[in-house]
Design a protein around this ligand. Structure first.
Ligand code: ZN
Length: 81
């Protein structure tokens, strides 16, 4: 763990969180999302999370998820960077 416990972005909670960000941006028309830090790089051993299969792909799939949000221009600042 890099910064203590952090939630898995591939969990049901994580999937819903990203859906809510997208919904918020679409409904408000905002094109900038400033957040206080990116995914810290933790792995997750769960085999029941919808966003990854298990420990081996958990880090990559979480990185890809947060990177995809940035690439779509939805993320203009990462204050921890
Ligand atoms: Zn997970």
């Amino acid at each position: 763990m890099t910064f203590g416990n952090s939630p898995c972005l591939g969990s049901k909670w994580g999937e819903e969180y990203f859906r809510n960000i997208e919904k918020f941006l679409i409904e408000t028309g905002m094109n900038c999302f400033e957040h206080d830090g990116s995914y810290p790089g933790d792995k997750c051993a769960s085999t029941v999370h919808p966003g990854h299969r298990g420990l081996d792909d958990s880090q990559w799939t979480q990185f890809y998820k947060i990177a995809s949000l940035s690439r779509r221009g939805r993320c203009c600042h990462d204050r921890a960077a």
